[in-house]
Ligand binder design. Structure first.
Ligand code: ZN
Ligand code: ZN
Length: 442
């Protein structure tokens, strides 16, 4: 009963193209994560943008490069197609095991955090064995604690806060581990992803900040320093700090990864535009494991890559698709203390977990479209047995905390693997809309 109601909601709000307002026909997915009918997109582009080679997404205005073979070159959104099929066939019957329930009703006896309050988002289809949704927090809006596009998500062990960067409002907000709003500050430049240094200061990948590529902030929002003097056109996005204190930043403009020394001096860079093993296409997010190997969400190639810290390729993981272990525009990546890798598989509406070598382990969060129109995960972190997920949709911007025991996969971390130092900060990042993203590297 509840299932058919949700199916109806999904059908009317989510499976419609926002250009023609009809059910999707040949849906094509853009790198900004929005989807339109192939013909609608072609008409929209031909009318004004074809000669320019790129066009602003009709919804989010993000600039998108037109593939060499035109609109046809954008990936088909098979997820939408299969969802249309599922919704059509599930309106009259519940086809899955499991039950709808208010997640907060399943109280956790060993919950160490304060009792988390239920809200309208906590009702969802819960499969047996799925982690419990404990809390939803943050809201879409332009007010002081409002969010529009969460582009960065990290945790400060110094302050015990979850830190969020919003690339649309150019502000940083802090929340307690229970999801309570603690405060924030607004930046005078465009910000992308966020990381925390070993000293507890905040590092942001920035643009329109002169020619700097990153800025270091104090917790009150004071600028401590700007770094980089010739990065005006790099369009940086992901940022993380290695265990050795090096800073790793991805460039969407040149589809490469920049490494900076502990003193934030340019050290070297690797990668170029393409689909080969040494290439990237929109490498949004970066993270490091306990050996300082670099994990990259190679979003436009719909895969994960793991590189040694000298740039050598170690693993290329996944391909475009919706099966377990496959991706559709992956966004934020995170590495836990067992070196397992968490990925916000945005256009598949799920979070996937992989072993340190890239073997698929599980999908702790899925079907995020149930939380609102086109709501998909853009970033993920793990903090003290809690999985924190950032989500973005149509006029939706929120975070969720799930109960999560990361030790269940600890055996997949190889014996003798160096464990992260207590308090070490894992970089990670998330997706979002910068004003100048494109496939094009020049
Ligand atoms: Zn359409
Ligand atoms: Zn868009």
């Amino acid at each position: 009963m509840a299932n058919s109601s949700v199916a109806g909601q999904i059908e009317t709000t989510f499976l419609s193209c926002s250009i023609c307002m009809e059910h999707f026909k040949k849906p094509k997915a853009l790198p900004c994560l929005h989807t339109f009918c192939e013909d609608c997109l072609r008409d929209y582009i031909v009318s004004r943008f074809e000669s320019a080679g790129q066009f602003p997404c009709p919804i989010c205005r993000q600039l998108v490069y037109i593939p060499p073979n035109g609109v046809y070159g954008f990936p088909d959104n098979h997820f939408i197609l299969s969802l249309q099929d599922t919704v059509t066939h599930s309106s009259s019957q519940n086809t899955e095991s499991g039950s709808f329930e208010y997640s907060y009703h399943q109280k956790n006896e060993d919950l160490s955090l304060p009792l988390l309050q239920p809200d309208k988002y906590s009702v969802r289809f819960t499969k047996p064995g799925s982690p419990r949704l404990l809390k939803t927090f943050g809201h879409f809006g332009l007010d002081q604690d409002g969010l529009v596009h969460i582009s960065g998500l990290t945790y400060s062990s110094m302050t015990g806060d979850i830190l969020v960067a919003d690339c649309s409002l150019n502000k940083v907000l802090a929340y307690s581990k229970s999801g309570d709003y603690r405060g924030g500050f607004v930046c005078d430049c465009s910000i992308r992803d966020i990381a925390v240094t070993a000293h507890g200061s905040i590092l942001l990948a920035v643009s329109r900040a002169g020619s700097a590529i990153m800025r270091e902030y104090g917790y009150e929002g004071n600028v401590i320093a700007s770094y980089g003097s010739f990065y005006k056109y790099e369009n940086p996005f992901g940022i993380c700090v290695s265990r050795m204190g090096k800073v790793i930043i991805s460039s969407l403009q040149h589809n490469n990864i920049h490494i900076f020394t502990e003193r934030k001096k340019p050290s070297f860079k690797f990668g170029s535009r393409g689909s080969g093993s040494n290439h990237f296409l929109l490498p949004y997010y970066v993270a490091v494991n306990s050996r300082d190997d670099i994990v990259v969400s190679d979003s436009g190639n719909h895969r994960l890559k793991i590189h040694k810290n000298d740039g050598t390729v170690l693993h290329v993981i996944g391909q475009q698709g919706s099966q377990s272990g496959e991706f559709f525009y992956p966004q934020g990546v995170f590495v836990d203390k067992h070196d397992n890798i968490y990925v916000a598989d945005a256009n598949n509406f799920r979070v996937q977990v992989f072993s340190p070598e890239g073997e698929y382990l599980s999908t702790p969060v899925e079907n995020t479209y149930e939380f609102g129109v086109d709501v998909k995960p853009t970033n993920v972190i793990v903090v003290d047995n809690r999985l924190v997920v950032a989500l973005r949709g149509t006029r939706v911007s929120l975070l969720q905390i799930y109960d999560w025991d990361d030790s269940k996969y600890s055996q997949s971390a190889k014996t003798g693997r160096k464990q992260p130092a207590p308090g070490g900060l894992l970089g990670c990042c998330c997706p979002c809309l910068s004003s100048n993203l494109s496939y094009d590297d020049i």
